[in-house]
Design a binder for this molecule. Structure first.
Ligand SMILES: Cc1ncc(COP(=O)(O)O)c(C=O)c1O
Length: 497
């Protein structure tokens, strides 16, 4: 099978896609594939649905309402089962603050604002105040003070990115007549750009990255065409924590009068403070004349609750292409700044509360702790002869190996409770360092477990590991359509009761 896959990998992707489609149309092949999918899903079900026999299951609304105590009791039990995993710092990214006092405070703010909806600005002017000020504070942090920089709040990094891409599509159509839009995106940029490409019919021109995982400038230059609407750079990228050469890329965009989007979803609330702390941070924000938009996530290192992000634009003219308005609907004049209609004002309130409660001082302290912990972790990984750190990251530490299967290391780490991210192209694993890892002893425990995992893998070459073969296969299997089908089946499983 492996040899077949390798040979198939040499075929032209279009030919492969054609063959794959034809194969799936052969009833016996389709039946066999479906059988294999079902087997994989049955195996996955126990890990994805661990509560099946532990808690009451509902497939319809109960005839009589349950008592609040009963509901809260069940939720408490689930929280108890899940909490230590993230709270004790076993997870890459995901929960960026997580101190109990901070959580309690945000919960209190949520409770005070739980009925608020920014769609009704007349009823909840508090919500619009919070949102406008979040945008202003974030713009200010990213060198937008005293300029026309403006923006809106969104529900997360993906929405901010998708809004920006839609904005450039509509801007380019209106101002330049571009009807076949293209965006230039480094292969390491977040999947949300590809999602935007699919949703909004924008062609993605992928550009490779160099040996330090930063976008290849020459390739960017070569990719620019009459249809280019925007160039994208990450500060830093999700996979390897590398900061693209934003200054050079945005200057290219400026010279060609096209947009430049900095994706600072991950780094927007780290890099400004890192720079103030004296770290070497390349320019990535509105100080660069060519940068026309930035996505930056308050729900990551802004330490707000999940569900908010900011999308910033160089000026209001650009922001107008994001807005939706209609004057013909029988429901009246309708307008909304983002994809959603009604939105949770309580999340905006708790975001505003997080920003103002942290203050510059709080962000500086948090950033210092994170960067020092990341340094300790990078150093510890470099001291393990079998591993090496990819590129020169600040706080997202990706590591790989020339001599052992790093996915097996990932597997072994998961037996020790760690949830790290397995990445491919190239094969590596990463840890996104958060405040959870700055707790006493966590970095040391990570390195001890990692050293043990490496030793274990070295000592047991015959063991295949549970997830390691799946990661390995996902990276090399040439039938991308089948991998995609499998992911859809997985999503079906998520929604299975
Ligand atoms: C660089 C980068 N951009 C965008 C996103 C998407 O953010 P979200 O998961 O909030 O949609 C992420 C998420 O990790 C990210 O790391």
């Amino acid at each position: 099978m492996d040899t077949l896959m390798k040979q198939a990998g040499k075929l032209n992707p279009r030919v492969l896609a054609f063959l794959e489609k034809r194969m799936k149309n052969i009833p016996s092949v389709a039946k066999k594939i479906e059988g294999e999918y079902a087997e994989i899903m049955t195996e996955l079900e126990t890990s994805v649905k661990p509560y099946k026999n532990k808690f009451t299951t509902f497939t319809q609304i109960p005839a009589k309402g349950r008592s609040h105590a009963e509901i809260l009791g069940e939720m408490e039990a689930m929280r108890a089962l899940e909490e230590s995993h993230w709270k004790d710092g076993f997870i890459s990214g995901a929960v960026y603050h997580g101190d109990q006092e901070h959580i309690d405070f945000l919960n209190q703010v949520y409770a005070l604002n739980s009925q608020s909806n920014p769609l009704h600005a007349d009823v909840w002017p508090s919500a619009t105040k919070f949102e406008a000020e979040i945008v202003a504070m974030t713009a200010n942090m990213l060198s937008g003070a005293g300029t026309d920089v403006c923006g809106t709040l969104s529900s997360g990094g993906t929405e901010s990115i998708m809004l920006a891409m839609k904005t450039y599509r509509d801007w380019a159509r209106e101002t330049k007549g571009i009807t076949k839009p293209e965006m230039i995106v480094p292969v390491t940029a977040h999947a949300a750009f590809d999602k935007a490409s699919q949703y909004f019919n924008i062609k993605t021109i992928h550009v490779p990255v160099d040996e330090n995982f930063r976008a290849d400038l020459k390739a960017v230059k070569k990719a620019i065409s009459r249809n280019t609407i925007v160039i994208v750079g990450s500060a830093p990228s999700f996979p390897h924590g590398a900061i693209d050469p934003i200054a050079e890329m945005s200057e290219l965009a400026r010279q060609h009068n096209i947009g430049f989007h900095t994706d600072a979803c991950l780094g927007g609330f780290v890099l400004p403070w890192a720079e103030k702390l004296g770290y070497n941070v390349p320019a990535f924000d509105f100080r660069l004349a060519g940068v026309t938009s930035i996505s930056v996530d308050t729900h990551k290192y802004g330490y707000a609750a999940k569900g908010t992000s900011v999308i910033l634009y160089r000026n209001q003219e650009l922001r107008h292409f994001q807005y939706y308005t209609t004057t013909e609907w029988p429901g009246g004049l309708y307008f909304s700044p983002t994809f959603a209609g009604s939105r949770p004002g309580a999340l905006s309130a708790s975001c505003w509360a997080a920003l103002t409660a942290m203050g510059e001082e709080g962000y500086l302290t948090a950033t210092k702790r994170i960067l020092e912990t990341a340094e300790k972790i990078k150093q510890g990984i470099r001291e393990i002869p079998e591993l090496h750190v990819l590129g020169d990251p600040l706080f997202v530490v990706a590591f790989a190996s020339e001599s052992i299967n790093v996915y097996k290391v990932l597997d072994h780490m998961s037996h020790k409770k760690w949830s790290l991210n397995g990445l491919h192209k190239p094969t590596c694993v990463h840890l996104c360092v958060t405040l959870r890892h700055t707790q006493p002893g966590v970095a040391e425990r990570f390195l001890t477990d990692l050293r043990e995992a490496v030793e274990y893998v070295k000592g047991h070459p015959e063991e295949k590991g549970s997830m390691a073969p799946v990661y390995g296969m996902a990276a090399t299997i040439p039938m991308r359509g089948m991998v995609s089908d499998l992911l859809k089946k997985y999503l079906d499983l998520i929604f299975k009761v």
